[in-house]
Design a protein around this ligand. Structure first.
Ligand SMILES: C[S@@+](CC[C@H](N)C(=O)[O-])C[C@H]1O[C@@H](n2cnc3c(N)ncnc32)[C@H](O)[C@@H]1O
Length: 294
């Protein structure tokens, strides 16, 4: 889908995807992400969605990306905030208190640009973004989200229908495809599934919670390292790689490092992640991933 397609839709007012009220599924399910107020939520392909104002009013910071500058100007108008506008690498950045919107092509974004300007991402809200992209772009998009957010938890709206009966966008994205893109990084949980009558054919809207568990992140570290690690080595690498993560969870009563250490320990005791094996022939024991199971 080339950028001109979207610019034409915005300039001709063909923006049926834009809702005139906050997405009720966001209101219903956002708190499943369990993020503390003050956390930063990434809203890819954000358009001028009113959902952003709802997140900010709820005490969150928003980082968005949108191709079309006029949409972003309208977004700030609806927020009744005058943005500061500046050029940053590859983008024009519109920012105000609790909000940064990168105007440009999301595929130009990378962790360095994002982290230098906005800091770490704690959660992702994807509505009409993954499904706005044709199949050949979706793998690149999902890998980008995982990379720039260190696989932060996501609330994801998708739709399913017979792709032969309607041309996207929105495109049909089914569970198998979601698994293909995200299963290595997240636990996928379907929170909502209902037919909608917005289109001439039968379309179902689904909401997924993409959760990143501590043990899944431990698995990713071991997979990346490709060597056996002691408990202490694994915990230290975890804290280095995910410095912000567990501080942002509301239910983290223990200090993050102690909590991570305890959870990793329970993975050891219970064999809680079927791909993480334990070498008990050494002291201390070492965790590893059997190459066959990666
Ligand atoms: C279907 S709309 C969804 C907008 C918004 N998420 C909402 O819920 O109203 C998709 C948006 O993505 C933007 N877009 C498409 N491709 C993009 C890209 N490569 N980089 C940044 N934005 C893009 C379009 O301009 C459009 O506003």
């Amino acid at each position: 889908m080339n950028p001109q397609f979207w610019h034409n839709r915005w300039s001709s007012g063909n923006i049926g995807f834009h809702n005139s009220s906050v997405n009720e599924l966001l209101i219903r399910y956002f708190h499943d992400l369990n993020l503390k107020e003050g956390s930063t939520i990434f809203v890819p392909l954000c358009g001028k969605t009113l959902d952003i104002g709802w997140l900010i009013d709820g005490g969150y910071k928003v980082v968005g990306v949108e191709l079309n500058e006029s949409a972003v100007k309208e977004l700030f108008k609806s927020l009744k905030t005058g943005p500061k506008v500046e050029n940053v690498p590859f983008f024009t950045l519109y920012s105000a208190k609790d909000i940064d919107i990168f105007v440009g092509d999301i595929f130009k974004l990378n962790s360095t640009i994002l982290h230098n300007i906005t800091g770490a991402i704690d959660g992702i809200y994807d509505r009409a973004a993954l499904v706005a992209l044709p199949k050949y772009m979706r793998g690149q998009y999902t890998s980008l989200l995982v990379e720039i957010s260190n696989n932060a938890p996501q609330l994801l709206n998708i739709c399913q229908y017979n792709q032969n009966l309607m041309q996207g966008p929105p495109f049909c994205v089914n569970k198998d495809e979601l698994k293909k893109h995200y299963k290595g990084f997240y636990k996928l949980k379907c929170l909502h599934r209902k037919s909608i009558d917005k289109f001439e054919i039968e379309v179902e809207e689904l909401v997924y919670f993409l959760d990143t568990t501590i043990k899944q992140r431990a698995y990713l570290i071991l997979k990346e390292k490709q060597e056996a690690l002691s408990h202490t080595e694994l915990v230290n690498l975890y804290v280095e790689k995910y410095p912000n993560f567990d501080k942002n969870y509301k239910d983290t009563k223990k200090k993050p490092k102690a909590k991570i250490s305890g959870t990793i320990d329970s993975v050891l005791r219970d064999g809680g992640h079927k791909k993480i094996k334990i070498d008990k022939s050494t002291t201390p024991h070492r965790y590893y991933i059997d190459k066959q199971t990666i």
